[in-house]
Every structure is written in C-alpha cells, then in structure tokens.
Design a protein around this ligand. Structure first.
Ligand code: C5J
Length: 230
C-alpha cells in the first residue's frame, strides 16, 4: 500500500522499531472494545475473574487522542465485542469455555453479557462515538472476522490504522494481526491499550515491533499528539 498521498503532508511519529509515517486522510483511529463489559464492574471482564480497574486507567489518554484525531478530521472506528440476542453468532466453545461467573448471554448487572444493545455492551461514556463515526460489532476477537470493516476501510481508501483499546493481547493484538495480513500499516499506542495481565501487555508490545515491525509499530499518545500538532 502507498505510504502517503501526494496531496497531504505526511505525519511522522517517533515509534518502534522506526518512525511511523502516515497521512491523516488515509488513516483510521481504531478503538477496540472500550465497552462497559470490559471496563466496568459487573461485565464480561469481571465475570472471568479479572480486576477491571486496571483497564480504566487508560481512559484519559484515549480521550486526548480521540479529541485530537477528531480535530484533525480523521476517520474513527469503534468496535464492540457483541453477539446477536439469540447467540447464533457465538460458538458454543466460546460460551462454555472456562468457568466464568456469568456466561455470554447471561443476565448480569449491566444486562445480558456481550449481547448487542445491552447497557454493558455500550462504549463507555468518555469515548462515546459521534453519529458520524463507524461502529463495528464483532462476534470474534478480531475486528475483521465476520464484519464489514475491511470493505468499509477500502471504500474510504484507508491504508493505515492507529490502534487503542482493550485487551492488548486478545482483541487488540488479534485485530492488528488481521490488519497486517490485509496489508494495513498499523501503529499501537502503548499507553492507550491495557490488559488484565501486565506481562501479556508487555509481551504483545515487544512481539508487535520485533523483527523489523513484523506486525506493526508501537508508540505513545504523547508522540502521536506532538506529531499531529508540531
Ligand atoms: C476479551 C477483548 N479479552 N476485547 N476481549 O475477551 O479483548
């Protein structure tokens, strides 16, 4: 894919393993699964036995990046891990695995776990999508599996993706790998993604930019913000 359009000044972000260059008009900010189910008590994340307070710490940095990206006029994509009410798109193995306190589709404090339209399935208020922004409901961990994301991005001539969201080693990493295989150049903002397991986050960041950026690039919100407003 081409790196920059000849009509727009490229933006260069200090990143690992080397600078990440993009053009705002061909780049989307992709915010993975910042939904109440993962960030707030009573949702899917907590039902699996996780400490959800770890994840809410990234919200202020995500807000700053989202505000700057909106000012720059870039495409914004929000994803939600979300199943149909009849769970027809939820493989039994996904629902049955482990021993969660609440399974996908069960009724919890924020409605049915990981089901479309339920209160817990909404993006947190701090990062609420604007009407003009793209929302992708995804039945899998990856944002490209069984969704219109790739087609939508192709229609918008998007070639570069900047990732934020949760959890780093599950839905974020899976989506970045899917993007990589489809030819996108992806950047992960390390202070705008979080895991319930710090060691998994660290490993994901390392394996993303290893081997010359085998999956993509990593950087910080500060580096992106200073590159957007030189
Ligand atoms: C998980 C996600 N962790 N959004 N989902 O099950 O990463």
């Amino acid at each position: 894919m081409s790196n920059t359009s000849p009509h727009n000044p490229p933006v260069t972000v200090a990143a690992q393993p080397f600078d990440y260059c993009f053009d705002v008009t061909t780049t989307a900010l992709v915010i993975i699964d910042m939904q109440r189910d993962f960030i707030e008590p009573g949702g899917f994340g907590e039902s699996l036995g996780n400490d959800v307070s770890l994840l809410s710490a990234i919200v202020p940095a995500c807000q700053k990046v989202l505000a700057a990206w909106r000012r720059a006029g870039g495409v914004v994509v929000h994803t939600r891990e979300a199943h149909e009410a009849d769970l027809s798109d939820c493989p039994p193995a996904k629902r049955d695995r482990g021993n969660p306190g609440l399974r996908i589709g069960d009724v919890g404090p924020m409605g049915r776990i990981l089901v479309k339209g339920e209160p817990g399935n909404q993006i947190i208020a701090e990062l609420a999508p604007l009407a003009s922004e793209i929302i992708i409901d995804k039945p899998g961990k990856g944002a490209f599996y069984a969704t219109a994301l790739h087609t939508t991005l192709q229609q918008l001539n998007v070639t570069h993706l900047i990732f934020m969201g949760v959890t780093t080693e599950v839905c974020v990493q899976t989506s970045m790998r899917e993007a990589n295989d489809r030819g996108y150049d992806s950047l992960l903002l390390v202070d705008c993604t979080e895991s319930y397991f710090p060691q998994f986050k660290a490993a994901t960041i390392a394996m993303t930019h290893a081997q010359g950026g085998i999956v993509g690039w990593t950087s910080t919100s500060e580096s992106l913000l200073s590159a957007l407003t030189p």
